[in-house]
Design a protein around this ligand. Structure first.
Ligand code: PLP
Length: 458
């Protein structure tokens, strides 16, 4: 493809994306595709001869779109949002166009330095501990997902006890924590994961954590890591970070905070009381790819002290040696996570922060929370509905007072609209509806639409 052809097809593709965004609201959120439908439209063998790009692009409509779920619909209330914005898309495009491989500072100074700098900005913008900046002892790095960030933190915790047997090590988190903590521990070969019980707000009971650690020490096991969650997946509960942090310090555990979803809200000062105790954390992750207008993948991982991280991750084969690394003056991000190769993820985040400005990002988060509180009031005022958890951020969690069957009918009524979509969950074995408000295009009228489906079925 010549540069002129690229120009022509690239512009057409941008038009196609803009058209998609202009029509996404009216498209059914869940495609009608049955298993195998999309694959059956593909030829059995890859083409022997190259094809004109025009016909490849046409297959976006013919083959791809019938199997696309409208995650960017303003009626998307399922899971957590995976919000996207035009500046972020353009950042992705620029990153792809530059084709950088930023494994070392030397292989792409801009990839490294913009990433360090933008993540230092975020420390200020989110009221996080100053030590976490790359200009201090800590620093931030972008990973693909919160699961990767948490896995990395567990590997560092394990490495601090490298002479011990991992099958005797113990990782702690709450029974409401995301499955990625358990997965990370399994992948790291940790012998035991304790899911600590929660209180009536679904937050970890610090006293139970203490008791579990004492019992494990008495059984000659090695407690190495505890993860507190700021905004659980089920109901956005916030664990008592200060109490967990103190227990972690007392017993020498690595303290990680998973703020994958709710971390974005820390851009607004009024949510920062949830950070109480975060200064005791050794590491912290949050996902701009959930609720800060930045395309997947973009997960921030901060450490308070980068030395143990680098100690666990760095292996320097002769072909990666270079003068800049040896000078000690640069960051080589390959030593901050499992992969060697890394793309220019920071470009999209940099574009987003500059395009919206801190104030634009604050208004964006505040508007979603305002909409969630509006929906909460409607639920509270309805005689047949009850909240199952307080609305702390953009998630409203509620059930029908008549039980699971009636709650299931509410879910079905919402999803039958095809332009609003929720995925239910369970708490203590009882079904509840999760309405997660946080898509880029969601406005009051979309929340009113989901409310009328709820009301109709309640
Ligand atoms: N942690 C929490 C609290 C989450 O809610 C999620 C996903 O929803 C994750 C971790 C996993 O995020 P990722 O898909 O970035 O691994």
């Amino acid at each position: 493809m010549s540069p002129d052809e690229f120009r022509q097809h690239g512009k057409a593709l941008i038009d196609w994306i803009a058209d998609y965004w202009a029509t996404v609201e009216s498209r059914p959120i869940i495609p009608d595709a049955a298993p195998g439908d999309i694959r059956s439209r593909l030829p059995t063998a890859a083409p022997e001869e190259g094809e004109p790009f025009g016909s490849i692009a046409a297959d976006l409509d013919r083959i791809v779109m019938p199997g696309v779920t409208q995650w960017q619909s303003p009626g998307w209330f399922a899971y957590f949002p995976a919000n996207v914005s035009f500046p972020a898309i353009l950042g992705e495009l620029a990153a792809a166009g530059l084709g950088q491989q930023g494994m070392l500072w030397q292989t792409s100074p801009a990839t490294t330095e913009i990433e360090s700098h933008v993540l230092d900005w975020l420390v200020d913008l989110m009221g996080l501990p100053m030590d976490w900046k790359t200009t201090g002892p800590g620093g931030g790095v972008l990973q693909m997902s919160a699961s990767d960030s948490t896995h990395t933190a567990i590997v560092v915790a394990r490495h601090r006890h490298r002479d011990a047997d991992p099958s005797r090590m113990v990782v702690y988190t709450s029974a409401q924590a995301h499955s990625s903590i358990e997965k990370g521990a399994n992948v790291a070969g940790i012998g035991h994961v304790r899911l600590i019980d929660t209180d009536d707000r679904m937050a970890m009971r610090a006293s139970s954590l203490s008791a579990a650690i004492e019992a494990d020490l008495a059984a000659d096991l090695i407690p190495v890591f505890v993860c507190g969650t700021l905004g659980t997946t089920g109901t956005t509960a916030v664990d008592p970070l200060a109490a967990i942090g103190e227990i972690a310090r007392r017993h020498g555990l690595w303290f990680h905070v998973d703020a994958a979803y709710a971390g974005s809200a820390m851009i607004c000062e009024e949510f920062r009381h949830h950070l109480h105790g975060v200064e005791l954390a050794d590491s912290y992750t949050f996902n701009p790819h959930k609720w800060l207008l930045t395309n997947f993948d973009c997960s921030v991982f901060w450490v308070a002290d980068r030395d143990p991280l680098i100690d666990a991750m760095a292996i320097v084969p002769p072909y990666l040696r270079n003068a800049a690394s040896e000078s000690g003056e640069v960051i080589d991000y390959r030593d901050w996570h499992v992969p060697l190769g890394r793309r220019f993820r920071a470009l999209k985040l940099w574009f987003v922060i500059r395009h919206y400005g801190a104030e634009g990002l604050r208004s964006y988060v505040r508007e979603h929370v305002r909409l969630a509180l509006d929906l909460t009031e409607r639920v509270e005022a309805h005689p047949s509905l009850r909240l199952v958890a307080p609305t702390l951020f953009g998630l409203v969690s509620f059930a029908h007072t008549d039980g699971d069957e009636a709650t299931g009918r509410v879910v079905d009524a919402i999803n039958a609209t095809r332009t609003s979509y929720v995925v239910p969950s369970t708490l203590a074995g009882r079904l509840f509806v999760r309405v997660a408000i946080g898509s880029t295009l969601t406005e009051l009228r979309h929340v009113e639409a989901v409310w009328s489906a709820i009301e109709g079925a309640a």
